[in-house]
Design a binder for this molecule. Structure first.
Ligand code: PEP
Ligand code: MN
Length: 344
């Protein structure tokens, strides 16, 4: 297999049966995995769904480790889980996005992990709060967890469009600056939400110098009990491992990229100048509204401008999500400028 300089974690979303785990582990034995993953205690958004095989699944995973000689990893959400995986001699675990969102839970977990030989993977919280993610990592380090790894799995949004959990590629890179020695993995499965997009997101992560990938893989994805849409088949996973391009990381210094960067900075300058012009217009509109006793924010007007902006963006092949976020930011600043006019 190629691409072995990346850290690979793969396996099903949930452990469903010993046969299911064995079938997947057998197919994946061609890959050099850092760990075989499977959730046994599943945090579900709503009660009543399959909540994992629990303690029984722990035994199945242990058997996979012994039969295939591969490290196994599962999610822990409380000190009881930690104790149970220590009892069976696991060496790694991950903290899920819902748990990272709650500092009480993270602290409790960190204390139970302290002094153990466990490597702990900390997923980003469900909400896009890099400080909460940093806080989770710091709690692990302060408690004395010897090895911590960060995992970007995207952020939850109300509207699900292109991504199930939207990635923010800047945040993990900021995290890397704060903790240069902490490896950074990407979970393209929970970001994508659909299997077809997983390789594209994985390639993006590799291009951004992530250290590895954690991928959901199932022997029969359509029959999976959880996250059926996003799991790759074993063959699709092996193909992805082989075909991801590790681009020449030295390319950054090459002539062509320098020229492209120079072009980008010209466009950035134009963007700033246009935004300044736009804000000057907003200020004049603010003055008009004040003179004529009109309110600053007019919902109908805002909706109409937003729709027009998105429509044009889509026609020109920019994503509606990006256009919406951009317009909201610009509009927010414009309202702030008009408010200042009203105060004077
Ligand atoms: C998982 O990896 O199965 C999982 C539940 O992930 P997350 O915590 O990122 O939602
Ligand atoms: Mn999952």
């Amino acid at each position: 297999m190629r691409n072995t300089d990346l850290t690979w974690i793969a396996g099903p979303c949930s452990a469903e049966s010993p046969e299911q785990l064995r079938s997947i582990a057998k197919s994946l034995s061609k890959a050099e995995l850092y760990a075989f993953r499977a959730g046994i205690w599943k945090p579900r958004t709503r009660p009543g769904a399959f909540e994992g095989a629990g303690d029984e699944g722990l035994k199945w995973l242990k058997d996979i480790r012994d039969e295939f000689g591969v490290e196994v990893i599962t999610e822990v959400a409380n000190p009881q889980h930690v104790q149970k995986i220590l009892d069976v001699g696991f060496k790694k675990c991950w903290v899920g996005a819902r748990t990272t969102s709650n500092p009480f839970s993270v602290q409790e977990l960190a204390e139970s992990l302290a002094g153990t030989p466990l490597t702990v993977l900390v997923k980003n919280p469900t909400n896009p709060d890099v400080k909460l993610w940093i806080g989770g990592i710091e709690r692990m380090q302060k408690a004395g967890v010897s090895e911590v790894i960060a995992v970007h799995r995207g952020f939850s949004t109300y509207e699900k469009k292109k991504y199930r959990n939207i990635p923010n590629w800047q945040l993990p890179l900021d995290l890397k600056k704060e903790f240069p020695s902490i490896p950074l993995l990407c979970d393209p499965s929970h970001i994508s939400g659909i299997a077809a997009n997983v390789p594209m997101v994985a390639q993006m992560a590799v291009d951004l110098k992530f250290d590895g990938l954690m991928v959901e893989v199932h022997h029969s994805p359509t029959e999976a009990w959880t996250d059926a849409k996003q799991q790759l088949s074993c063959d699709a996973f092996l193909y992805m491992v082989d075909s991801l391009a590790i681009r020449n990381r030295e390319a950054i210094d090459q002539e062509e990229i320098r020229e492209l960067r120079a072009d980008l900075s010209v466009i950035d300058e134009q963007l700033i100048r246009l935004l300044v012009q736009r804000m000057e217009l907003s200020e004049r509109i603010g003055a008009y509204k004040k003179r004529n006793h009109l309110v600053i924010f007019q919902t109908e007007q805002w909706k109409e401008s937003l729709d027009k902006f998105i429509k044009l963006a889509e026609e020109l092949d920019l994503s509606a999500e990006f256009a919406t976020e951009l317009f909201k930011q610009i509009h927010q600043e414009s309202i702030a400028i008009q408010s200042k006019v009203f105060e004077t």
